[in-house]
Design a protein around this ligand. Structure first.
Ligand SMILES: Nc1ncnc2c1ncn2[C@@H]1O[C@H](COP(=O)(O)OP(=O)(O)O)[C@@H](O)[C@H]1O
Ligand SMILES: [Mg+2]
Ligand SMILES: [Zn+2]
Length: 249
């Protein structure tokens, strides 16, 4: 009656109770009787649940790190309505750009056009899909990025070079509202520094602006413009009426 069972390297006293699920004799664990197989399965199950919780937390942090604007929390490709050829083309190019990026075929993308045409929406859709595949994407307006770099020296553990480096490290940088920021030469230079550094590292950037392509080219300057085309530049022009105010399309 005092038979002994070994479970996970430990010896237990076997009872005469039978587990209705596994049909095996339960063992004595303290004052209770448990089935060894049930116990093992419970451990596996709780490990799985723990892993799921950890994975969900990592994923949450990963998405939070991208700092997508909260008003675009639901802006995905599926939510992007296509009512004209321009929108169909814009969506198609962005979907293709994302797929290529995920498979390691990287290049820059410029998205220009009027306010309210869904540029930020599409860029967030790109980011979300890239994040979903574990890529480090980061969204920021050029105003905020240049301010962060310019003010880096005021923080105890930061400086300009380090801030530029941070923005260089992301697998994909989405630089929105280019040109809308403080037009002081120094601020522009900081943005350009990041673009040069990303070029040197072979890291793709999505540059979004209300400028025309020609204005953008002038603003970036010939040297940066030609570097920006490296590996084939994707250009998305959004020139239809504002979607936000229900404009005619
Ligand atoms: N084609 C579209 N389908 C669905 N929503 C759109 C579309 N275009 C714009 N929007 C919505 O209109 C609002 C403005 O778009 P946004 O991406 O901020 O424009 P932009 O960055 O070009 O100024 C957002 O709420 C966005 O989700
Ligand atoms: Mg925008
Ligand atoms: Zn059992």
């Amino acid at each position: 009656m005092n038979s002994i069972a070994a479970v996970a390297g430990f010896n237990f006293q076997v009872s005469s109770d039978i587990c209705p699920i596994h049909g095996e004799l339960k063992i004595k664990a303290g004052s209770s009787l448990v089935c060894g197989t049930c116990a093992k399965e419970n451990v596996i199950q709780s490990n799985l649940e723990h892993q799921k919780t950890v994975d969900a937390m990592v994923r949450k942090k990963h998405f939070e790190g991208a700092k997508l604007p909260s008003r675009h929390a639901k802006s995905g490709f599926n939510e992007y309505i296509t009512q004209n050829d321009g929108q169909r083309n814009a969506k198609e190019l962005c979907v293709k750009y994302t797929k290529d990026f995920i498979t390691g075929l990287t290049r820059n993308l410029i998205m220009v056009g009027r306010t309210g045409t869904g540029k930020t929406h599409l860029s967030c859709a790109v980011a979300r899909n890239a994040l979903d595949k574990g890529k480090f994407a980061r969204y920021i307006t050029s105003e905020d990025m240049s301010a962060e770099i310019a003010n880096a020296w005021t923080k105890p553990d930061d400086n300009e070079a380090q801030a530029v480096y941070r923005f260089t490290e992301y697998d994909l940088l989405i630089l929105d509202e280019y040109g809308l920021h403080d037009r002081h030469e120094n601020r522009l230079q900081l943005v350009h520094k990041v673009l040069y550094a990303r070029y040197d590292e072979g890291k793709p950037t999505m540059l979004i602006s209300n400028y025309t392509l020609e204005e953008l080219r002038k603003d970036l300057g010939d040297r940066l413009w030609s570097r920006f085309q490296h590996d084939g530049l994707e250009v998305v022009e959004c020139n239809w009426a504002d979607q936000r105010v229900g404009g005619v399309v």
